[in-house]
Design a protein around this ligand. Structure first.
Ligand SMILES: NC(=O)C1=CN([C@@H]2O[C@H](COP(=O)(O)OP(=O)(O)OC[C@H]3O[C@@H](n4cnc5c(N)ncnc54)[C@H](OP(=O)(O)O)[C@@H]3O)[C@@H](O)[C@H]2O)C=CC1
Ligand SMILES: CC(=O)N[C@@H](CCC(=O)OP(=O)(O)O)C(=O)O
Length: 311
């Protein structure tokens, strides 16, 4: 059976990458609106209500509006790439490794995780759940992202010439990703989040530094690494890497697209400190790859179909 998929916002950065991943897949009949019709409310309403699955690749307000355009009795299921519904009641968080593949498979409303939270949650949520690190710890997240993370507007800025070599931001300490990090890791406190953007198109490194020696239960870097390895042992997307011999992690200026995510746990000799690190493509597992993974599950298909896991 062919599944009809409407991509609202198909001309944007995330939308284009989803189209690329779905193009040529006979299981799907892809619908997009071209030209002026892209933002025509009547055309969007019709397409949203006619689709088996709508994927929203829109700014938050437009994503909220799109959901209200869907008739409550319509069969349309939704995957929202925006941050509008990531902690909203009635929505499933589209992180199959954390919420369960069956939960995503049967969901009518799926909210794609944010790019930075994907790295943070992949590292922290399983360890908090296992009781290896505390839920009531004041966690900090440091991260660097490629500039495609900011969508068309930031891409234009960085490609217009004179891009900064490094731009730190988020100094209002109210970044939109903080609520989903707290909620889906089951934390007591909001995180301190220090994001930055660099002149590479895609890719990101997300780091959680830990004072292990100050935590109850004496967690060790090796213990945390083993727990993550166990947690992701069946995942074709997330892998826990051997950290030995790695002196640096880099983001390539022209990295190939990838839907995989690598996790690292570095620890110092005395065992007091650890640095949990995730490396991923903000447009891969951080956005479009995650949306396609959820789409596959929602359609009863292999979760990796169409994904780029070889990079
Ligand atoms: N880029 C990334 O790495 C990630 C992005 N996301 C999220 O995905 C969503 C899309 O982001 P991204 O692709 O980067 O953004 P872009 O700015 O690249 O694309 C957004 C697209 O939505 C279109 N659009 C805006 N308003 C409307 C509307 N009312 N009706 C129809 N189309 C509309 C825009 O049109 P126009 O072309 O005219 O501007 C544009 O094509 C955002 O919510 C973002 O936060 C999530 C994870 C990572
Ligand atoms: C580099 C950059 O600007 N990144 C964006 C986040 C990426 C993104 O698209 O956020 P969502 O995943 O929530 O949609 C930012 O910090 O707002």
């Amino acid at each position: 059976m062919t599944v009809s998929v409407f991509i609202d916002g198909a001309a944007g950065t995330t939308g284009l990458e989803i189209v690329e991943r779905l193009r040529g897949r006979p299981e799907f009949a892809l619908g997009v609106l071209e030209g002026e019709r892209r933002k025509d409310a009547a055309a969007r309403r019709e397409a949203l209500n006619d689709a088996d699955i709508a994927i929203l690749c829109l700014p938050d307000d437009a994503a909220r509006e799109a959901v209200t355009m869907i008739d409550p009795n319509a069969r349309t299921r939704v995957i929202d790439a925006s941050s509008a519904h990531r902690t909203a009641p009635g929505w499933t968080y589209g992180f199959p490794e954390l919420v369960g593949r069956d939960t995503v498979a049967s969901a009518a409303r799926v909210s794609n995780p944010g790019c930075y939270p994907t790295g943070f949650l992949a590292l922290v949520a399983p360890l908090v759940r296992a009781g290896l690190i505390p839920a009531d710890w004041p966690y900090t997240v440091n991260a660097a992202s490629g500039y495609s993370g900011g969508g068309k507007a930031l891409i234009e800025q960085f490609e217009a010439g004179g891009a900064p070599a490094f731009r730190a931001y988020g100094y209002d300490m109210a970044h939109k990703h903080r609520p989903e990090m707290k909620a889906h890791a089951g934390l007591v406190h909001d995180v301190i989040f220090a994001p930055s953007v660099v002149p590479a198109y895609r890719g990101m490194i997300v780091e959680v530094p830990l004072h292990l020696g100050a935590m109850a239960g004496d967690p060790t870097a090796a213990g945390l690494r083993d727990a993550l390895r166990d947690f992701y042992q069946d995942s074709p997307v997330v892998s826990v890497r051997d950290e030995s011999g790695i002196g640096a992690l880099v983001l390539e200026e022209s990295a190939r697209p990838s839907d995989a995510m690598e996790l690292f746990v570095f620890g110092n000799e005395g065992g007091w400190h650890a640095r949990l690190v995730a490396r991923l493509d903000n447009l891969g597992k951080g956005a479009s790859g995650a949306a396609v993974q959820s789409l596959n599950l929602m359609c009863g298909l292999d979760e990796t179909a169409g994904l780029r896991l070889d990079a």
